[in-house]
Design a protein around this ligand. Structure first.
Ligand code: ADP
Ligand code: MG
Length: 698
């Protein structure tokens, strides 16, 4: 690719490094493990550990760490030094196969949702050889899965790896029915497009809401927002370009193919897309990308905001999860083919995804539910809270024709028989122009657009993989026993279309009329907020799916449920506390000081000339004083609502109380404060305004 330098991947112990440094037999054994997702032969581990250590030490490494992804959406590490005492009193650099394979961090400081009994604080990390080790500064980072001592997953990676295995197993059954001799493994791939905001560090540091919560809790609408779309179409500013250049270089060194970069709709908003790769690697790389984005920003005097909704009234940030499924022989199973045979296979996989999204719409919706994303979904800028699938008119017409055994267009005379006829070519460009759909087919992949910008993509893809695995399991069960394969396939696809076509919607997803139709006529579910979503993790149907495919145990699901609610409640309560604090200690003193200054000025003017009316000053002082009283009252009310939460029992009730009592009080307090901002002199206002934040980088 043009412009990608020689040091691409220089910080990753990747294929090239492995091949160059491992004895042939060890390399092949490791490759098998990676390809099949199998456990590594322990005798091989020592050889790999030696090679990895030498590689890392040559590049200046002194430490190693098991790098893992607890239920926090950020990664964690526990560092150990390579240095061991040598028998002669000196030091040697040691790193054994055992240290590579397993670590034992203290699990007590990570969310476990009740899984980890307090008497057993130990957890362990297990090397994930399907992802590459990499260097961060002087530390060799080894991607690992993180489990409680009893084996339950405490991280996002373990269930993801299990789901990769589940979909591989079921997809292979289906592929065998179609022949496909040479295929031995199926994996899903993801390319996550990442949106973010860049603001100047100096303005950021004056906003305690941003520092504590990642989003602004106050701020009046600026005179100019995103109305003109001039940011989207405008050229990238030199300072931003310098940031993007360095970011790309850093990501390339880590073997991440950051490919595109452009401005987004909102001022100060941008997007980065990597080239897609295997889902587990894409997940690791996205976590690393978010980390590097923030680090590089700091070097440029910038701050990278990954929150889903940093600014009210301005578009928020998401992550578009582009997902596909392919064989180890390089065939994308979501790519329409040229022969009748390829087409039939494509249609079956397509229908499998449609069925999965319809059957498990609540579960998918739930994987993107967070306090931050609640501000974005359904806000006429991001997909609504109702999940639907966009296929485009061409493909939809083909499915309709198949369902009803009719010709798919007036020009075509013949009815399509699967496995016998080729499909009409449908223009691929036609399929990807709908930006309002939560789940859109874009030619040879599906794009799930509801994911929040700060979220790990692990859980989203865990559910997606597993739900599709379940469709494929049902299909394989049915087709394996069929006498006439093509006839059975035809009937199966017809039945699946009839049963699940309600989820297909090609229109404007932002339209309120669609939401009503979806909910009232089609029976699709609308889960508006995180507390609404959380209980779906414990619904019988969903538990059955995830346990049957061995992706989660029931205990693990209960723990995810607890963690989800706990994260929600903690996040909003921190925001509420930050608001009350800023209102009392920054906003009220400013409003009060400003009104006093105005009143003082008026008094002096009157002293000078008693006939002066000072109507402006009088009115303004009255208004400011009234607003200050109101701000004080609303702050009291917010604090009372926070006390009410303390009395609530059960995590789910607490979350609902927060949503229904605390969040509305926050909105009320914000409204009066924002009004005060618009009539308080700039020199008195205690922190930078929206205008100053959004247009801080030039
Ligand atoms: P657009 O911007 O129109 O959505 P792009 O071609 O820029 O489409 O791709 C967006 C993302 O989708 C990129 O990260 C890209 O690597 C990824 N992508 C492309 N093809 C696939 C595929 N077959 N499977 C998964 N992701 C893909
Ligand atoms: Mg896209």
């Amino acid at each position: 690719m043009a412009g990608i330098p020689d040091d691409f991947g220089s910080l990753v112990f990747d294929e090239r490094a492995m091949k160059a440094r491992l004895p042939g037999k060890v390399y092949h054994s490791l490759k098998q493990t990676i390809r099949r997702g199998e456990r590594l032969d322990p005798t091989v581990a020592d050889a790999v550990a030696d090679a990895m250590r030498d590689w890392a030490v040559e590049r200046g490494a002194t430490h190693f760490t098991h790098w893992f992804q607890p239920m926090t959406n950020v990664t964690a590490e526990k560092h150990d030094s390579f240095i061991s005492p040598a028998p002669d009193g000196g030091v040697i650099l040691e790193f054994s196969g055992r240290e590579l394979i397993q670590g034992e961090p203290d699990a007590s400081s990570f969310p476990s949702g009740g899984l980890r009994a307090t008497f057993e604080a130990r957890g362990y990390t297990a090397w994930d050889p399907t992802s590459y080790a990499f260097l961060k500064g002087r530390t060799l980072c080894i991607p690992t899965a993180f489990c409680a001592y009893g084996g339950e997953a405490l991280d996002q990676k373990t269930p993801l790896l299990r789901s990769m295995e589940a979909i591989n197993k079921q997809a292979m059954r289906v592929l065998r029915l179609f022949g496909n001799e040479g295929v031995s493994h199926v994996t899903t791939s993801v390319g996550p497009e990442q949106e973010y905001f860049l603001i100047d560090k100096s303005v950021y540091e004056q906003r305690r809401d941003l520092i504590y919560t990642g989003r602004t809790l106050f701020g009046a609408k600026p005179p100019k927002g995103q109305e003109l779309d001039d940011h989207y179409f405008g050229s990238i500013k030199p300072r931003v370009q310098a940031y993007m250049d360095e970011l790309n270089e850093e990501l390339w060194k880590l073997g991440i193919y950051a490919k595109t970069e452009h401005n987004e709709v909102a001022p100060a908003q941008h997007e980065l897309a990597p080239i897609y790769t295997t889902t587990n690697l894409a997940t690791d790389q996205n976590q690393l990308t978010m980390e590097v984005m923030q680090k590089v920003a700091a070097k440029h005097g910038l701050v990278c905001l990954l929150h889903e909704k940093p600014f009210a009234g301005v578009n928020g940030s998401g992550k578009h999860n582009n997902w596909s499924i392919a064989t180890d022989t390089g065939v994308n199973l979501l790519s329409p083919g040229d022969t009748p045979h390829e087409n039939a296979q494509f249609l079956l996989f397509l229908v499998a995804v449609i069925q999965a999204v319809d059957e498990y719409q609540e579960l998918l919706r739930t994987t993107v539910a967070t306090a931050g994303n609640d501000h974005r979904l359904g806000g006429n800028e991001a997909p609504p809270a109702v999940v639907s699938v966009f296929l485009g008119d061409g493909l939809t017409a083909i499915l309709e024709a198949l369902e009803t055994d009719t010709a798919y267009s007036a020009a075509e005379k013949t009815v399509v028989k699967l496995g016998v006829h080729a499909l009409p070519r449908f223009a691929r460009d036609m399929t990807d122009r709908n930006r309002t759909s939560p789940f859109a087919f874009t030619g040879n992949k599906f794009e799930f657009r509801m994911v929040g910008s700060s979220q790990s993509i692990a859980t989203v893809n865990t559910v997606l993989n597993t739900a599709v695995a379940e469709s494929l399991r049902q299909y394989a069960d049915e087709l394996e026993g069929a006498e006439d394969f093509n006839a059975a396939l035809h009937t199966l696809i017809q039945k699946a279309i009839t049963a699940h076509k309600r989820i297909i919607f090609n229109g404007n997803g932002y339209d309120e009329a669609w939401i009503r139709e979806a909910v009232d006529k089609r029976g699709l579910s609308e889960l508006r907020t995180t507390p609404d979503c959380a209980p779906s993790l414990l619904k019988k149907k969903n538990v059955e799916l995830l346990t049957a495919h061995k992706v989660f145990t029931e205990n693990e699901l209960r723990s995810r449920y607890e963690i989800m609610l706990e994260n929600y409640s903690k996040t909003v309560m921190i925001e509420a506390a930050a608001m009350a604090d800023m209102a009392r200690r920054e906003i009220l003193p400013a409003v009060s000081a400003y009104s006093a200054a105005i009143a003082d000025g008026a008094a002096k003017k009157k002293q000078l000339s008693p006939s002066l009316a000072c109507a402006y000053e009088t009115k303004l002082t009255e208004r400011l004083s009234g607003l200050a009283d109101c701000i004080a009252d609303k702050t009291d009310a917010l604090e009372r609502s926070m006390l009410a939460v303390q009395d609530t029992e059960e995590a789910v009730n607490e979350a609902f109380t927060i949503r229904d009592i605390v969040l509305p009080r926050m909105a009320e307090l914000r409204a009066v404060c924002d009004e005060a901002e618009t009539i308080t002199a700039k020199s008195f206002w205690p922190f930078p305004t929206y205008g100053e934040l959004l247009f801080s980088v030039r």
